[in-house]
Write a protein that binds this ligand. Structure first.
Ligand SMILES: [Fe+2]
Ligand SMILES: [Zn+2]
Length: 452
């Protein structure tokens, strides 16, 4: 409980409070004070109204005797929010402006298109409900401009602004990831089972999202199953290499991939603006002698370790933009260039994507020479961590290795093509995370599976 002196000072100076934390405190205090002392907040209200409806000075509370998990049992119109209590005892505040924009009536929302009709053009930031009714497990609001809208309990519950609600919304967007290290064993699932049963495919999708790599086993060892599997989920992501492509060891190769050379830990296609979300490597024929293994390393885990161990060089990799390039002919003449940091963060500082490829990192750098030296030290330290937590997998004919290309790096150990009876042969394709997560959500809804 805060001393009352602080409360009144906060209320008086709420318009000049500088930090977000203080703003939230002031907002909550205003809301709770209005509930307990309506005369204080009614006096501090500064809202211009353009309607004939009378705005009540005191909070309006309605109750209903319901028990369903997401049925509304109590609804209160506060100064800036509507507070709702559900049958499962959870509560949430809903800002008035949000409720008005998200009115579910046919005039404001097209339920067939699942699209909002109500435009920001028409939004009055100061709009307020003048009445609330608990109806059919949900709430019915009458607005100060005379508009009326109904919100079902289930709809509100799914959009709760409380911690649990927001956690669930986040899981629906993207499942939480489990980081792994050198003791990790790649999860395996059977090709035929995933192709035939939606439950199996859902399990497979969840594993891929969680670990960033899954091995599909016992697919036919020929060209085709990779794109069959991808087409079961959504669309292949095409690149200048086509919708899918083969890597067959060549006697006179025109690309490093077609040789037996060692390939360092890398992500695929960092030289395009939106690299493919996942890389699929289907083994049709494996190199029979020593080598040809795939190294795998959890780049998000490595980024976390680098941040803990060496903050300076972590910051270098998150803030130094690097050019990647690819130039040549394949289907058409191409010259791709992208400029991105090695560790790409989202707006909350979480790792969003790793961009590493010794093969295609450009020698043109557009940086101060001193920054170049810092970059080399940072990439060397990061590479050592990636190696420290990496694993080796040697696929056999019929295996499809599916790798999260945003997160997990892959490599290939050196092999001598002359020591194998036939050439190493892979069939590869890509699909984006939008498609994979979309399919996961569709199947989770089909099987009513709880999130996380
Ligand atoms: Fe690759
Ligand atoms: Zn409406």
């Amino acid at each position: 409980m805060l001393p009352s002196k602080f409360i009144f000072r906060t209320l008086r100076s709420s318009s000049v409070v500088r930090t977000q934390v203080n703003r939230n405190v002031a907002f909550k205090l205003q809301e709770s004070l209005q509930t307990r002392h309506p005369h204080i907040t009614a006096a501090s209200r500064n809202i211009s109204l353009s309607s004939n409806h009378h705005i009540p000075n005191t909070p309006i509370t309605k109750k209903a005797n319901l028990t369903g998990r997401s049925e509304v049992t109590e609804g209160t119109v506060n100064l800036k929010t509507v507070e709702v209590t559900f049958g499962d005892k959870s509560r949430s505040l809903y800002p008035h402006v949000w409720l008005r924009e998200n009115c579910q009536c046919p005039q404001c929302f097209n339920k067939d298109a699942i699209a909002r009709l109500y435009l920001v053009d028409d939004l009055d930031l100061n709009i307020q409900p003048v009445d609330i009714q608990l109806d059919d497990g949900g709430i019915r609001l009458t607005w100060s401009d005379g508009h009326e809208g109904f919100y079902s309990g289930e709809w509100l519950h799914q959009r709760a602004f409380n911690d649990k609600g927001r956690r669930e919304q986040r899981s629906n967007f993207a499942l939480s990831q489990a980081y792994w290290g050198s003791d990790f064993k790649v999860p395996e699932m059977d090709f035929k089972a995933c192709m035939e049963k939606d439950e199996k495919l859902l399990k497979w999708l969840i594993k891929l999202e969680k670990y960033g790599v899954v091995l599909i086993t016992d697919a036919p060892a020929k060209v085709g199953p990779v794109t069959d599997f991808i087409n079961r989920i959504g669309f292949v992501k095409p690149t200048h290499y086509g919708s899918d492509y083969e890597i067959i060891t060549q006697v006179v190769p025109n690309n490093l991939a077609y040789t037996g050379s060692k390939l360092g830990l890398h992500t695929d296609l960092p030289y395009i603006d939106f690299p493919p979300g996942t890389t699929w490597l289907h083994c049709i024929r494996q190199h029979e002698g020593k080598g040809g293994d795939n190294g795998l390393s959890d780049g998000f885990h490595a980024a976390q370790l680098l941040k803990e161990r060496d903050r300076f060089h972590y910051d270098i990799l998150t803030t130094t933009p690097i050019y990647f390039q690819d130039k040549g002919f394949h289907n058409y003449d191409f010259h791709k260039i992208a400029r991105v940091p090695t560790i790409l963060l989202d707006e909350e500082g979480n790792t969003n994507r790793i961009n590493i490829s010794s093969q295609s990192r450009d020698s043109i750098m557009d940086l101060d020479p001193e920054r170049v030296m810092h970059f080399y030290k940072a990439i060397k330290i990061f590479n050592n961590i990636l190696r420290e937590i990496s694993i080796l997998v040697k696929t056999k004919p019929g295996d499809i290795l599916v790798i999260d290309n945003m997160r997990v790096l892959h490599s290939r150990t050196e092999f001598d093509p002359k020591t194998s009876r036939g050439p190493r042969h892979l069939h590869n394709a890509y699909i984006d995370w939008s498609e994979l997560r979309s399919k996961r959500r569709v199947l989770q809804e089909k099987f009513s599976m709880p999130l996380d």
